[in-house]
Every structure is written in C-alpha cells, then in structure tokens.
Design a protein around this ligand. Structure first.
Ligand code: PFF
Length: 461
C-alpha cells in the first residue's frame, strides 16, 4: 500500500508556512531599495495595485491547483489535464526553484554572516557607506567566506526540509514567523522614534507622481511576483498539503496581507532610520549591507539592533529557502518515489554546487560575463524576469482557459462555502481578473523583461 501523503497539521500552519515562503529577502532587502530607487510612495501605490489585481488572483489560483491535485507542480498539471504540454510548465517551475535557491542562498548566506559581523562589532569601525561597502566587498571577495556561508545556509535549509512537512517546515515556521514579526516591530519602533525619522515616513507615504513611468508599473509587477513566490509552483506545492476543509480564498488573502504588511513595516523601519541619519535612500541593492550598518553605528543601542536586524533577515530568508527546496523535494517524492531524506541530501548538495558560480561572481569570476551579466546577475534575470512571469502567465491561462472555470469554481467552493453563501460577486471578480487582466498584464511584463518593450518605447520617444 502507498504511504499516505504528508499534509499540514492546521490551517494556521499552512498560512504561516506560505507567508514564510512569501516573506523573505524580497520584502526586507529588495522591496525597500526598489522603493528607494523608484521614488517612494507613488511606487508603493502601484505595487499595491499590482498585488491586488494580479498577485492575489494568481496566488489563489496556484494554491487551488495544488490543493485540488494534491501533487507537486508536474503531477498537479498531469492530474488536471490530459494535454501533454502542461506538466512541462510544472517542470519549468521546479527548474526555476532549483536555480533561485542556488543564488538566493548566496545572499541569505551574507545575511547570516552579518549576524556575526554585528556581534563582533565590525560596523563600528566605519562611519561612511563607502567604508561599509569596502568591508562588504572584502567579505564577499573572500571565496572561503562567501562559499562557506552558502554551505551553512544550505545546510540549515536541508535540515528543516529533511524533517518533513509537519515536523520540519510547519514547526519551523510556527517558531520563526512570530519571532520575525516581533523583531521587525522592535526595529520599526526604534526607527520611528529616531529624530528626523518622519522624513522617511513622508518619503514612503506622500506620492510624487512625476516619478512614475510605464516602466515603474512593470517594476512593481515584477516585485509582486517575486515577493509572493509566484509563477514557479512553490505556492502550488504548499497548497498540495492543504485540506479541502480549509478555505483557499481566505488563506490566500491572509498570505498576501501578511506579505504586504511586512514589506511596509520593513520599509518604515529602514527609511526612518536612513533619513534620520542623513543617508541616501536610493542606494540600490547595497542599501541593507552598505547603508544600514552605518545607520546602526549612529543609533543609540545600534549594536543590539544590528544583531536583531540580521537575525530577522536570516529567518525571513530561511523560511523562503525551505519552500524552494520543498518544490524539488515534492516532485522527487511524488513522481520518482524517492525517499524525502535522499532528495534533500542529493538536491541540497547539488544546489550548493550549482550556487558556487553565483558566489564566485563576487570574486574570482567577477570579470566573467555573459551578455554583460555576471553569472549571479544572469540567473536572477532569467528566473525573476523571465521564468516567473512566464510561469504566472501560463498558470493564469491554464485556469482561465484549460481547466474550465466551472470546474475551478466547484473546487474553490470547498472549504469556502460561507463565502459563497454570502456573496457571489467576489468570485466573479476573481474570474475576470484571472482570465483577462492577469494574462494581459503579465504578458506586458514579459515583453518588458525581454527588452522588447523597451525598444518599442524608444521608438515612440
Ligand atoms: N518570496 C521570496 C521573497 O520575497 O524573498 C522569494 C521566493 C521564495 C521566490 C520562494 C520564489 C519562491 F518560490
């Protein structure tokens, strides 16, 4: 007899794990610097719009596919359609998961390493972002440090996934997510209470519409995909461990709410601190590793807050890396009948090896470029700008045109009977969004990602 497939112990367990996947470096590292580069509040408004009209509908769709099929992404499509093409879409998601994990764990490793930098008090040796940047460059320039941190972070990820869905991922998320909330709120309160911090709040919440261009809209949508872990089957895989007794719409809404809340809190925490210490908000990807350490040196009790901050960043990253690892694991367990332990050891090690070229992009291979990208940048570009939006587009098309919206609604109703009793209009709105809005808008992003849109826009300029 086949062993029973694993599942979540509770609805809360699922929500915390899925929110853990969504909340990660994308919220705390990427969101603030993208906001900073794109002029603040106006970008945030566009981003919220994208999350509401595309992110939430696609997330709901992904979770629903997983829950209905109770399978990994490849098996899910295979269970829901006879068409041979669709399981390949699941396969692309698993490949994307493998690639993302390989570079994501590199950045997560920096964050983990910075906990020890903070404890050692290294930040207090410099008082300009340039000095902090030099320190950052000397760490990432050290092959042993960067590959070592990658190894440590992959080991942590493997350890949790090794213990399975309930005992590993769910238990880990139930401890780590509340800790993350508390630590982030502490850091935010510190930021708000700093003198001059309110300038950071104006930057975040008073829109300057002149900063908005068509490309800003596309940037906002791309960020929405990455931050909600969409387009590659992570949410499908987590949804596949969900019970039909639990509501997909309400869980999805809670996940999106938590993810957005954390991004905004991270934004408040970081920009109040950055403005009150007179730092530059549009520093780019270095914002956290160059600017923040200096901010900590200028803040009362900065030593303590710097440690707390990098611990919380590492926790956020870890709950995301385990979801990436789980996508690969679910596939090999379901489809190839491997033991979970074997998948974790084999693919964890392979991901580590595959991550080494990304780690070396900051030192030995820094001059090695393909189409002008380092290996690290190229992998980010291929996954975040091409594979995820393409996956999201195909998932929306699958739901809107292949699976059959009538069947979809039958599945959606399970566990959400109350919602259906109360009002039907919300379901109709979702249908329109997933069938028409999402595919068209995502298609536009893809054109942009591949550079075509940029060329078209240039013709009109
Ligand atoms: N959502 C994660 C973040 O914002 O950091 C990144 C991510 C995790 C993307 C898992 C995709 C994924 F499957």
């Amino acid at each position: 007899m086949e062993k029973k497939r694993e599942n979540w112990g509770s609805k809360t367990g699922f929500i915390l794990a899925a929110a853990g996947s969504a909340i990660g470096l994308g919220n705390i590292w990427r969101f603030p610097y993208v906001v900073g580069e794109n002029g603040g509040a106006a970008f945030i408004i566009l981003y919220l719009l994208c999350i509401a009209i595309i992110g939430l509908p696609v997330l709901l769709g992904e979770v629903l596919i997983g829950r209905t099929a109770q399978r990994n992404p490849v098996g899910s499509f295979r269970a829901l359609t006879k068409l041979k093409f669709w399981p390949y879409v699941g396969g692309m998601g698993i490949a994307a998961g493998f690639i993302i994990l390989s570079y994501y764990a590199v950045v997560a490793g920096w964050s983990f390493g910075y906990i020890f930098e903070a404890i050692a008090g290294s930040f207090f040796e410099f008082n300009t972002p340039d000095a902090a940047a030099n320190h950052f460059n000397s760490l990432t320039g050290n092959v042993y440090w960067i590959v070592g941190m990658l190894a440590v972070f992959m080991s942590l990820t493997m350890l949790i996934v090794y213990f399975g869905v309930q005992k590993g991922i769910e238990r880990g998320s139930k401890i780590m997510m509340p800790a993350l909330f508390i630590l982030l709120i502490i850091v935010m309160i510190r930021g708000i209470t700093m003198e001059g911090g309110s300038e950071g709040l104006s930057f975040l919440f008073e829109p300057d519409w002149s900063k908005i261009t068509p490309l800003t809209f596309l940037e906002a949508l791309g960020q929405g995909f990455f931050t909600l872990s969409l387009g590659m089957g992570a949410m499908m895989t987590y949804g596949s461990y969900m019970s039909v007794k639990d509501s997909v719409p309400s869980s999805s809404l809670q996940i999106v709410f938590l993810d957005t809340l954390i991004a905004l809190i991270a934004g408040v925490a970081i920009f109040t601190a950055v403005f009150s210490t007179g730092m530059n908000p549009s520093e780019g990807p270095g914002l956290i590793f160059h600017t923040l350490p200096v901010v900590f040196t200028k803040m009362t009790s900065g030593f303590l807050f710097s440690i707390i901050f990098f611990i919380l960043l590492s926790i956020a990253a870890l709950t995301s890396t385990i979801s990436l690892m789980e996508v690969i694991t679910a596939y090999y367990v379901d489809e190839r009948k491997w033991k979970r332990h074997k998948v974790v050891v084999v693919f964890g090690s392979l991901t580590f090896l595959f991550g080494i070229p990304s780690a070396l992009s900051f030192n030995l291979l820094s001059n090695f470029t393909i189409f002008g990208f380092t290996i690290f940048d190229l992998l980010i570009y291929i996954t975040a700008n091409i594979m995820l939006p393409l996956g999201g587009l195909l998932i929306a098309i699958f739901i809107g045109y292949v699976w059959g919206l009538d069947k979809v609604v039958v599945e959606l109703k399970k566990g959400a009977e109350k919602l259906f009793e109360r009002s039907h209009w919300r379901v109709n709105v979702w249908k329109v969004l997933i069938k028409y809005f999402a595919p068209v808008l995502i298609f536009i992003v893809l054109l942009h990602s591949t550079g075509i849109l940029r060329k078209i826009l240039n013709i009109f300029n």
